[in-house]
Design a protein around this ligand. Structure first.
Ligand code: GRG
Length: 293
């Protein structure tokens, strides 16, 4: 049931993404091709699915929120393209295929990321104009921008690279993860609530879910980087060790990682108990706690 619902969300999102970034024969076609290559080439579509789920739990209709969900996936995809570049993580494999800069080249990948980021805000602003409650749309956009930027994912990525260079200590690990990984999940969960004009209590519950679930998600990601299968994950494994990265696995070891993933997943479940039907959110959290891809 849950897998079916996630697949249905992915179907909706992918059909809309295709329309929001149309194929073209313009002179800038090369960058459109690269952006489409990364955007439409797989991925779990977690963040847009979460935005749609929270929007519906707070009383909205999924089709109204679809442009915002797609924009979030564009922001996520831009971050993956840039993260894979030689100046950052320098990865060759993503979503089971060559990374954007490998399939095209570096300048194209930089511009494809830039194009996706800008297109995301354009799509949201367009949708806000005709949205039933434009102020809620602006509040959601504001939260998404905050979470994606300096005070969220970009800030977390900055901390991660500083840690890798030995300029920041392991005591910054939790804050780094809550920004790099947790912030965009908050953009999805709280963004969906804000868009629906939800109460402060509902927004706080969504924030707590995103926080706990985001940390569990990252710890599982750290474990999979060491123990997972490259084929199932669709990305290069062993890169954390190769880069000498500080991760939850290096700090806590595998047993403590498992214990924390389970405890954080329980916390995430607790956080959303007050929603009318939290089954999808609960199953998603457990599925990701045990994920292999
Ligand atoms: C370049 C500003 C900037 C940020 C990069 C995305 C990112 C931040 C880094 C990628 C490395 C990493 C471990 C990020 C943590 C979040 C994470 C596990 C992303 C992968 O998300 P999934 O598993 O990917 O949802 P799919 O491909 O399924 O969408």
């Amino acid at each position: 049931m849950f897998k079916q619902q996630l697949a249905e969300y992915a179907r909706l999102i992918e059909a809309a993404l295709d329309k929001f970034l149309p194929d073209s024969s313009m002179p800038q076609k090369r960058v459109v091709d690269a952006a489409r290559y990364s955007l439409l080439g797989g991925g779990k579509r977690l963040r847009p699915a979460l935005l749609l789920e929270f929007y519906q739990l707070c009383g909205g209709r999924a089709d109204e929120a679809l442009p915002f969900a797609c924009a979030l996936e564009m922001i996520h995809t831009y971050s993956l393209i840039h993260d894979d570049l030689p100046c950052m993580d320098d990865d060759d494999l993503r979503r089971g295929r060559a990374t954007c800069h490998k399939a095209f080249d570096e300048w194209t990948a930089v511009l494809a990321g830039d194009a996706l980021l800008n297109r995301a805000y354009e799509v949201m602003a367009d949708a806000a104009i005709d949205f039933p409650r434009p102020q809620d749309a602006v509040r959601a956009m504001n939260h998404i921008a905050h979470c994606a930027g300096l005070y969220g994912m970009v800030g977390g990525q900055t901390m991660d690279l500083q840690m890798e260079a030995g300029r920041l200590g392991a005591d910054n690990l939790e804050q780094m993860v809550s920004l790099k990984t947790g912030a965009l999940l908050s953009a999805a969960c709280v963004g969906g609530c804000l868009l629906a004009g939800a109460s402060q209590e509902q927004c706080q519950a969504a924030e707590q879910y995103a926080r706990s679930f985001g940390l569990a998600f990252q710890i599982r990601d750290d474990v999979l980087d060491a123990e997972g299968s490259e084929q199932e994950l669709g990305k290069t494994i062993g890169s954390d060790e190769k880069d000498g990265k500080t991760t939850y696995l290096t700090v806590c070891g595998p047993e403590e990682c498992r214990r924390r993933i389970d405890a954080l997943t329980q916390e995430a479940l607790q956080a959303v108990q007050s929603f009318p039907d939290s089954a999808f959110l609960c199953e998603l959290a457990w599925w990701l706690a045990d994920r292999t891809s």
